[in-house]
Design a protein around this ligand. Structure first.
Ligand SMILES: Cc1cc2nc3c(=O)[nH]c(=O)nc-3n(C[C@H](O)[C@H](O)[C@H](O)COP(=O)(O)OP(=O)(O)OC[C@H]3O[C@@H](n4cnc5c(N)ncnc54)[C@H](O)[C@@H]3O)c2cc1C
Length: 383
């Protein structure tokens, strides 16, 4: 008997978690990634949650190097840099690149197809055919939409359903450990550091270096600053890159419009505590992402399913996006393992994943709105 075959659309973390977990239960797996090049990190950090480690272990992935950088305390600064509150709360922080490289190295390149943009799919009985922009097609027993917040698979299965804008964005940057002057370094070193003001939250933690190194001197300081931006013209300006093109939800490093970059740097000089101010000064390329919400009402459509950000986009305050993509994949592999009734297994999987996704989504909205003081109207935004 032939092994069942999964077609995975999207070769980022969600796609690779599903690919490695399904391969571990004996499925044949092909991953199709739209981007023709190696995916570039948006550079930022990811809290290393237990779900990620469990999914890697299930897939038999045992990294030789530690995946994360430890942070010891949670420290809250006021604008002058005085410590308002400090609590011992150890955590492990990793980066998108570290997880991506670990997963891709384990999965291998032979069944990872770059430059394969899904444009259509058809279901016929228990089989699915995927159509790609370049005219290629592929057939399998299951098609997994792991194609992120702007999912094509979702738009085909749930036409008209789109993420909604939350009312705020996050400005982000990274600075090499050795680049930060000593005074700022001392205040931020190996801690999870915050500055909370009305409608504003800055935070910082250390992540592995570009090469994944967690060794002292090789790591990076990763910062984020959540600020409200009114929907409409103000958001359009923030999300329009230096080429004037309006991006969907984010402007990548190096592409911010000069007036946006000047604005956020001026804000930093005026509003950030001295250590964060220094971090922003030392950042070569600031980037920005709109915070958006999405909750799928359904994840299984016969032999097509949605995972990761394609199904649920939780607010980043939950630190749960990557963990959820991992948990989706692990639960799927466990549900399908040894099952002779794929439909029944998928249906059980969906009930649990919908409940968990909705819970995380609601918790994130509540946290985010509380942190950002969102009862605000466009008029109360500072831009
Ligand atoms: C390049 C990159 C860098 C990131 N960096 C960070 C980070 O630094 N910090 C952080 O917290 N999160 C980051 N994320 C987001 C993080 O990966 C996700 O929020 C989370 O892990 C869930 O992942 P996902 O695989 O479901 O979605 P995503 O990570 O968004 O991946 C979706 C993938 O699907 C591909 N795709 C989309 N449409 C199609 C199509 N039609 N056909 C084929 N492929 C398609 C995309 O190119 C992308 O690779 C990054 C994502 C990407 C793609």
């Amino acid at each position: 008997m032939h092994a069942p075959k999964a077609l995975i659309i999207g070769g980022s973390l969600g796609g690779l978690f599903a690919a490695t977990a399904l391969r571990a239960i004996g499925w044949e797996v092909e991953v199709f990634e739209r981007s023709p090049d190696t995916l570039d990190s948006r550079g930022g950090g990811i809290v290393l949650q237990a779900a990620v480690l469990h999914t890697l272990a299930f897939a038999g992935i045992r990294p030789r190097e530690p995946l994360g950088v430890r942070s010891k305390n949670r420290v809250y600064f006021d604008r002058l840099g005085n410590v308002e509150h400090q609590q011992y709360m150890p955590q492990s922080l990793t980066s998108w690149t570290t997880l991506y490289t670990t997963l891709l190295n384990a999965f291998g390149r032979a069944h990872y197809h770059r430059g394969a943009k899904l444009v259509g799919l058809t279901q016929h009985g228990r089989r699915v055919t995927a159509q790609f922009e370049d005219g290629r097609s592929a057939e399998g027993d299951l098609l997994i939409g792991a194609d992120g917040g702007n999912s094509t698979v979702r738009s085909l299965m749930l036409p008209g359903m789109k993420p909604s804008y939350s009312g705020y964005v996050v400005w982000r940057g990274l600075v090499d450990e050795m680049q930060l002057p000593q005074a700022a370094k001392q205040q931020l070193y190996e801690d999870f550091v915050f500055q909370q003001d009305p409608q504003s939250l800055m935070l910082e933690y250390m992540v592995p270096g570009v090469d994944g190194s967690t060794a002292e001197g090789k790591r990076r300081f990763n910062w984020l600053w959540y600020l409200p931006v009114a929907p409409g013209a103000a958001l359009d300006r923030v999300l329009s890159g230096r080429d004037g093109q309006r991006r969907g939800y984010s402007v990548s490093p190096g592409n911010l419009a000069p007036e946006q970059e000047a604005w956020i740097r001026t804000q930093g000089e005026a509003r950030a505590n001295p250590a964060f101010r220094e971090l922003m000064r030392q950042t070569d390329e600031i980037f920005v992402q709109a915070i958006i919400d999405f909750k799928a009402p359904k994840m299984v459509f016969n032999r097509v399913l949605l995972t990761g950000d394609a199904a649920f986009i939780p607010r980043p305050h939950t630190a749960g996006s990557t963990a959820k993509a991992a948990a989706n994949a692990l639960a799927l592999a466990k549900a399908l393992d040894g099952s002779t009734d794929i439909e029944a297994a998928l249906s059980r999987w969906q009930v649990q994943q919908l409940a968990e996704g909705a819970l995380m989504g609601d918790r994130g909205v509540e946290m985010g709105n509380r942190i950002m003081g969102i009862t605000f109207s466009a008029a109360s935004c500072d831009r």
